[in-house]
Design a protein around this ligand. Structure first.
Ligand code: COA
Length: 260
């Protein structure tokens, strides 16, 4: 699959999706969001891909935000459409993706960039990463889920402070507040993501997809997460992975999950 603004490759069951506009610090324009949507949809169908590592090209940025040059002249209606389409095409797709998505934050993750990292299932960062939601400094608010996902991850008070000051926090502070799970050197960032992906892939990917659904249910209005959990728990009993996982345990051998 050939893209202009992203790189997409598969290796050892990992799908590497990398935003690739380093001269613009990987800013998310409409075309890039479209290509990311295509890559995720293709990864969804690809049985060889079990985990996604999402990152940015170059040494400076994960993603420095939505592309400001594209929306500077927008009307309120166009602004609303931009946020709605972006959330539907990319941010909700990532958050609800049935395979684990690890964001490897390798530099600036600002505005839409931090929102993209927050849509991922969890985040790790290099020690040169800088994260923030600077939208109010531009006279706008976060529009790709930032006002919702940042308080979920760091708590309301810290999120309010970050959004209101439009400031950046470094990787160490991000870890202290639960925004990222691990901090490492830039060189070790992708290897660490691969190590975590490797641990994940030892388990049942069918059960993991069900767990993602149940955890996400906690954050959706009008849905009772406990009921979703009961339903997904029950469904697990009908999978081949469950038969394999339990029989491997009882026979004291390592499970070899068929992924069904
Ligand atoms: N949208 C569009 N272009 C962007 C961008 C964005 N969000 N972020 C960076 N760029 C572009 C710059 O315009 C510049 O392009 P140019 O070389 O054609 O002029 C290029 O990327 C490099 O950025 P530059 O600002 O020169 O790098 P820097 O190291 O001096 O500063 C930042 C880095 C991240 C502090 C700065 O680029 C910045 O503040 N970006 C905007 C962040 C933001 O507000 N994001 C939220 C958007 S809603």
């Amino acid at each position: 699959m050939e893209f202009e603004n992203i790189l997409f490759e598969e290796n050892n069951s990992i799908g590497y999706i990398t935003i690739n506009r380093p001269s613009k610090l990987n800013a998310l324009n409409r075309a890039t969001i479209g290509e990311l949507n295509e890559a995720f949809e293709s990864a969804r169908e690809d049985r060889d891909i079990k985990v996604i590592i999402l990152s940015g090209s170059g040494e400076k940025a994960f993603v420095a935000g939505a592309d400001i040059s594209e929306f500077a002249e927008f009307s309120p209606e166009e602004g609303q459409r931009l946020a709605a389409e972006g959330q539907e095409k990319l941010f909700d797709v990532v958050a609800n993706f049935p395979k684990p998505v690890i964001a490897a934050v390798n530099g600036f993750a600002l505005g839409g960039g931090l929102e993209l990292a927050m849509a991922a299932h969890f985040r790790i960062a290099s020690n040169n990463a800088r994260m923030g939601l600077p939208e109010v400094s531009l006279g706008v608010i976060p529009g790709y889920g930032g006002t919702q996902r940042l308080p979920q991850l760091v708590g309301k008070g810290k999120a309010m402070e970050m959004i209101m000051t439009a400031g950046m926090i470094d990787a160490k502070e991000a870890k202290e507040h639960g925004l990222v799970n691990h901090v490492t050197t830039p060189e070790e960032l992708i290897p660490l993501a691969e190590k975590l992906a490797g641990k994940i892939m030892n388990n049942s990917m069918v059960a993991i997809a069900a767990a993602i659904k149940a955890v996400n249910a906690n954050y959706q209005t009008g849905i009772n997460g406990f009921e979703v959990e009961i339903e997904e728990f029950g469904s697990s009993f009908g999978t081949e992975d469950f038969k394999e996982g339990t029989s491997a345990f009882l026979n004291k051998r390592k499970a070899d999950f068929p992924g069904k």
